[in-house]
Design a protein around this ligand. Structure first.
Ligand code: DC
Length: 211
């Protein structure tokens, strides 16, 4: 069993990269952001408050990793709510336990999020920290929305990216930061294909070491 940990800020390209890696190696993939989003959605659907840690913990304990639907959970309002409940230690404890259990699946796993290399899987065979400048990330999100035929406001998206970064990096419990032994991949001026090739070399080297 081998675990690949992929962390980084919102819209840095880590989701696409993780899915490509999982497909290439036949590994199971978990986007851990979806577990925070599913917890937040359960609270929103039940009309429960987003600032009651005990209630949020109960919802986190009920999240089923097999039932995470990206198309439903990607809604902007759910992301906003997720980043609020992600600061709660009891919520994090519940979700991290489920994520750790997932990371042990054979033949291998790819987990992406904010604290995989630092907290969830500190012994991961390969740790990647995928980042890009806030401007580049906001532009990618803008292009994605416009590409889907919707109207987007670059200034509002840029503002949102900066706010999300502050919340993810500034929280007391498991803030977003690269693990000491993480490999940095700055995708500001790197195509996703180049990032994938760089990741592949690191993973191939780790697999050889394991044999
Ligand atoms: O990556 P995302 O936008 O789906 O994440 C939603 C929120 O969950 C985001 O504010 C950060 C938080 N999150 C976290 O705290 N730890 C993780 N491992 C993954 C996501």
């Amino acid at each position: 069993m081998i675990t690949i940990a992929i962390d980084g800020p919102a819209a840095a390209g880590k989701g696409t990269l993780s899915r490509q890696i999982a497909e290439e190696y036949g590994f199971h993939h978990l986007d851990t952001g979806l577990t925070y989003r599913a917890t937040a959605k359960a609270l929103l659907d039940a009309g429960l408050p987003l600032d009651d840690e005990a209630v949020a913990e109960r919802m986190a304990l009920e999240v089923e990793l097999s039932g995470l639907d990206r198309s439903i959970l990607s809604a902007h309002a759910i992301g906003e709510a997720a980043s609020k409940i992600a600061v709660m230690p009891a919520v994090r404890r519940a979700l991290v336990e489920a994520q750790r259990a997932f990371s042990k699946k054979e033949p291998g796993t790819v987990l992406d999020g904010r604290d995989i290399g630092t907290v969830v899987c500190p012994d991961a065979a390969v740790k990647l920290y995928v980042t890009a400048s806030p401007e580049v990330r906001a532009k990618r999100r803008f292009d994605e929305i416009v590409g889907n035929g919707a109207v987007a406001d670059y200034a509002a998206i840029f503002d949102d990216v900066k706010k999300r970064d502050e919340r993810d990096m500034g929280r007391a419990d498991s803030p977003l930061r690269p693990a000491d032994d993480a490999h940095l991949l700055d995708t500001s001026e790197m195509s996703i294909e180049a990032a994938f090739q760089a990741a592949k070399s690191l993973i191939d080297a780790a697999l050889i070491k394991k044999i």
